[in-house]
Structure formats: C-alpha cells, structure tokens
Write a protein that binds this ligand. Structure first.
Ligand code: ZN
Length: 309
C-alpha cells in the first residue's frame, strides 16, 4: 500500500455484532484501533476500508471472522461466509473483497482459531502442544489447535452443535434452529436468555442457571477430554465472564470423570483455563493471522512444552 519503511500489520476481528479493526507493529503493540457496528456486508466493509485507508503503511492483513466460513482452498468459494443465520452475509466473499480493496496480502480464519492462536502464543496456554479454544456467547464455537496451528479438517469444527446429555429434570426444549437441544441450543447466551427470560449478565451468582450452565459446558469438556485429550481447554466468550462459572465447570468435570481419567481437581485447574487475553484474544489473533506475522511471532515465542495430562 505504501513505500513506508515501517512494516505494519492490520487485523480485523469480524463479529456478528461488531467488527474490531487494528493497526499494529506486532499483536501486542497496537497503534490504532476502531470498533464498527456490524450491518450489511457492503456498508460494514466500507467503514473497515475507510479505517485502513488512514494507515497506508499496513502491508499485510489478518481476518478472524464469525462463521461458518468456507476454508476449502480448492473451492472457488474459499474465503466466503457460508450458511450463516445473518442472511445478507451468506456467500459474501469477505477475504476477496478486503484483499482487492486494500491491495495487501490477507489471510482469513475463524474467530475461534485466531483466539486459540493468540492464547497459545501470548496468553494462558503458551506452548500447550494441543489446545481447544471455546467461545460461549450468542452461539458456541470451538477450534482445536496442535502446536498453535489449526487442525485441518474437511470443514471447520462445529463444537457448539454436539449433542449433550440432558440434565435431570431439565425440560427446556433448546433453541438451536437446526438441532433444538444441542449444546448451543441448551447453553449459549441465547439459550440462557430464553430459558430464564433474563440476560446472563443480570443473573445473580447464586441463580440455578449457573449450575445448569456448568453442567452442559462440563459435558463439552468431557467429550473433548475423552476424544482429543487436549493439554488445555480455554473457555472464553461473554458467558464465561460470570464469576465462579469456570470453577463450577471444573467441579462438574471432576465428578463427570468419575475417577476414570486420573485427573485431580488441581490437575483440572491447569487444563480448563480462562483466556489470558480476554477480551482481546480474537483481535490479537487476527493480527497473528496476517501473512508473515505468524512465523515472526512464533520465532520469538518461548514455548514451554507441557506434559500430557
Ligand atoms: Zn445445533
């Protein structure tokens, strides 16, 4: 974009409610930042482009986006939004539009992959040889990373939509438009709101909602531990800001293990973690996705190998 000798990177954390954009020398050295309300794709992108137009030294861009995304490199639709409930974004070529308009190399991945990369390189799970990053907000999403890199699959993971064992006496039908009572249908912020007619942030710490929430999130953790045995499970997103919730999740996981996995409550404190970078895991992660940046940061990162749980 310019002949400036200073090589800056740009990051876009594309969310369903807001887009956060940053210009930085490195993920932890942000020089300028803005937050844009998410509207239709073209008008939102115009604001994103206007922001970066003020920073012509940006030479590479990372995009961490809500999904689902088409990340199949062999598909002509690579870099587009897939069947998102936000109908005007369906099929929108987010990566191509930003590449073309800003004329810089750009890379796109999911918001949860980006947040997981940030927690691996800079946050609570530094050097964890395998980790799962989960976000619990309006929806629930997750990503599995090995040595800080996303595990390639046929499509990206949809951990929010796993089936979960219903809590005893829980007759809430679930709110997932696809599956009803999948994890997202039972434990997302939307589910909490529909179940209790109250937004999660207004529920008192002693409300029974939290024991139920811990039960369902522990169900996810148990599935992950039994299938992937990750070194770290990072539980992020707005709902996890509830005081005491992560401790309740660890408690439920410990009881759910029933002695089978040989993990003590102390061990679980090292496996089930709160994000170290919240609320910036995704934004830092978007900067890490900028082409060229990830290798530079990886060289600097002091990775601490962990022993398997
Ligand atoms: Zn579902």
């Amino acid at each position: 974009m310019s002949n400036s000798p200073q090589r800056l990177i740009g990051g876009v954390e594309a969310g369903g409610t807001t887009f956060r954009c940053a210009v930085a020398q490195s993920p932890q050295d942000i020089l300028a930042e803005t937050t844009i309300a998410t509207r239709g794709p073209e008008e939102t992108l115009e604001d994103v482009i206007s922001f970066f137009a003020k920073h012509p030294s940006v030479q590479a861009l990372g995009i961490a986006s809500f999904g689902p995304l088409n990340l199949d490199l062999s598909d002509p639709g690579y870099g587009t939004l897939a069947d998102t409930p936000k109908l005007d974004w369906q099929g929108y070529p987010l990566l191509r539009r930003l590449r073309e308009r800003l004329n810089v190399p750009a890379h796109l991945d999911t918001d949860v992959v980006a947040a997981g990369m940030a927690e691996y390189q800079l946050g609570c799970a530094r050097g964890a040889a395998s980790l799962v990053y989960i976000t619990v907000g309006t929806g629930i999403g997750g990503a599995y990373l090995i040595n800080g890199q996303p595990n390639p699959g046929l499509k990206h993971a949809e951990m929010g939509h796993i089936p979960v064992a219903r809590a005893p006496d829980d007759d809430f039908p679930g709110c997932c438009p696809f599956h009803g009572d999948c994890l997202e249908g039972m434990a997302s912020a939307s589910a909490i709101f529909q179940r209790w007619q109250c937004p999660p942030e207004q529920l008192p710490k002693t409300h029974p909602a939290w024991r139920l929430e811990a039960y369902y999130l522990a169900g996810l953790c148990l599935v992950l531990m039994r299938t992937l045995a990750p070194h770290a499970i990072v539980l992020g997103g707005g709902v996890l800001q509830a005081p005491g919730l992560i401790e309740q999740v660890r408690d439920e996981v410990y009881h759910g293990l029933a002695g089978y996995h040989a993990l003590s409550p102390e061990d679980l404190k090292k496996v089930i973690l709160k994000p170290g970078l919240a609320p910036n895991s995704g934004l830092f992660g978007s900067l890490l996705l900028a082409p060229g940046q990830e290798r530079e940061t990886a060289k600097q990162a002091k990775t601490v190998p962990r022993t398997a749980p």
